[in-house]
Design a protein around this ligand. Sequence first.
Ligand code: TXA
Ligand code: MG
Length: 351
Amino acid sequence: METRVIPVVREHLQKEDFVEAAQLLRDGELVAFPTETVYGLGGDALDPDASRRIYAAKGRPSDNPLIVHIADTDALPVLAKEIPASAWELAKRFWPGPMTMILKKREIVPDATTGGLDTVAIRMPSDPVAAMLIRESGVYIAAPSANASGRPSPTRAEHVYEDLNGRIPMILDGGPVPIGLESTIVDLTGGVPMILRPGYITIEQLREILPDVMYDPAVVGRVRNDSIVAKAPGMRYRHYAPKGELTIYEGDLAAVVARVQAEADAKLAQGYTVAVLASEETKDCYKGLTVRSVGDREEEATVAAHLFDTLREFDRMGAEYIFGECFPEEGVGQAVMNRLMKAAGYRIVQV
Ligand code: TXA
Ligand code: MG
């Protein structure tokens, strides 16, 4: 299958650019498209065959449910039932935007989309390309991140192409995404609302609407803990991982830099390809090493925006060992560290 890449300009969207993509979706085919968080791999959420195609294209286990993307809150009661008042308040405050709600599903949503669960994940993206694609196609779009399963999520159309070329018919290229990390997932189906995945919308922001919201225990652990069952099935799998072995170092920044330099020097001396994941503040402190700054420590959003891209760059350079700094867990930093710890397979060294 030839994968066509169709450029779209966010600021000047033309309906004509969406005609073929919309038809592909209505025909049960797949289209990758940008959202404000990461690129998604979309298919008709109500068509079980389309969902099966998504799993096949990504190489993703089919018990890992998909997020259904909508363009209007009217879709909520079509897809979900027993919707609590808090869900409407969350929608009003955070939609369109990077927040996903788990609700009880209606019959209309096939098991193939929800991985057999009786709940459904729903999100209304704010990206104009995503919104236009949903509207023009007239379908609810089931979309996981458009990476091959296990690889870092795609923040550019090129990343999607890298992973899925030949496996899907079309990619809408809207340029790099603004946020760079997947949406915050909130489960509203239990007694206490739970954050199943931290994202750009922080726990502090959610508490304005949900004062008692908590992190799922599987989210906050700093070690791999197989005895805690993650409620979001996707959080169980090895994720976001670069091909090389990533270890992250935590502690006083100057001490971390010294330790990373020493560990990297040692691997370099043994002949390995080595890279350092650093920040704007530290990138010039390393000597004789291949260093990439992932962003500014004072502005967590810059780190979020470049983390996945940087992990993919390490793959392209063939890095066998990657030594990285940790980042402050404030605001979106919580989501940054969640992804970084997973990418490192929880290899975290206290300095
Ligand atoms: O920002 C995002 O959320 C992106 C863009 C494309 O919208 N999508 C995304 O999808 O990250 P994906 O499939 O990579 O991650 C969805 C996560 C998985 O961890 C999955 O297990 C969880 O959501 N999930 C989906 N439905 C669920 C459900 N009914 N109950 C619990 N977790 C669910
Ligand atoms: Mg994903």
